[in-house]
Design a protein around this ligand. Structure first.
Ligand code: SAM
Length: 237
């Protein structure tokens, strides 16, 4: 999978791209991450990428020309592998279903906003898939892009090594349940022991226990995943 990132702060990605799962996927040639500085497409002596909002108000807005032209240039390089995503708090909210959908794409172009956001005309021209990582405001799209890359890359075949671990993760099934509790050595820690069934070697029993755990945890912690309406629950209190 090819991933192009358009940002004003490409250096923010260097630590992340050089570590752990993503680094292994890059080294193995499974994922190809390319960073582009939007400022390289800015015009004029000062290469200004932002300006004051028309109509007044605080902050600055990303000008349309460097945004549109940088995306067009990267799209031309990426060809088919160029599903364009704009990270924005106003997009559809990222969840595991969307992550699965994006992991099917041959490639992604991730556009990171800054300041008060991107001039609306750039969005209208480029027609990106607008994605939010949650109902809160970040200083820029870079951390959101890293969240998205992190979640998508682990679903790309060959990245995790053990694809089974994807299938049992929280939110992965239908309905999307939370995962069961996990334990490792030692068998006892500060007086707390591992559930007996996990030590039994009885695999059908272990599978049953885990399925029960998933349902119980989901009911207790995230009944909305089972179709429960949290607003209704609040009004019951
Ligand atoms: C300070 S925010 C701009 C927020 C904008 N003024 C608004 O109220 O919708 C700057 C940039 O951070 C990124 N960003 C902020 N919150 C985000 C979120 N929850 N999900 C994805 N990107 C986000 C976007 O790229 C956005 O353009």
């Amino acid at each position: 999978m090819r991933i192009d990132v358009l940002t004003l702060f490409p250096e923010m990605f260097s630590g992340y791209v050089g570590q752990s799962l993503l680094k292994r996927a890059i080294d193995a040639g499974i994922v190809d991450v390319r960073l582009h500085n939007i400022r390289d497409w800015a015009q004029g002596k000062h290469r200004q990428v932002d300006d004051r909002p028309f109509g007044g108000g605080p902050g600055m807005v990303l000008r349309p020309e460097p945004v549109v032209e940088s995306v067009e240039a990267v799209r031309a390089q990426a060809g088919e592998a160029g599903h364009l995503v704009l990270l924005t708090p106003q997009g559809r909210k990222l969840d595991q279903r969307i992550v699965e959908e994006l992991a099917e794409k041959p490639g992604l172009i991730l556009l990171c906003g800054r300041y008060e956001g991107v001039d609306q005309r750039a969005i209208d021209i480029l027609q990106p898939d607008e994605i939010s990582i949650g109902d809160y405001i970040l200083g820029g799209g870079e951390v959101a892009a890293m969240v998205l890359v992190d979640a998508v890359v682990r679903l790309v075949p060959g990245v995790l090594g053990d694809e089974e671990s994807n299938r049992q993760d929280s939110f992965s099934g239908d309905p999307p349940l939370l995962e069961f509790a996990q334990y490792t050595r030692p068998r006892e820690y500060r007086g707390r022991t591992v559930p007996e069934v996990l030590m039994s070697g009885n695999h059908p029993e272990i599978a049953r226990w885990r399925e029960e755990q998933k349902m119980q945890r989901t009911r207790e912690r995230r009944s909305d995943l089972l179709g429960d309406d949290p607003a209704e629950r609040r009004s019951d209190v």
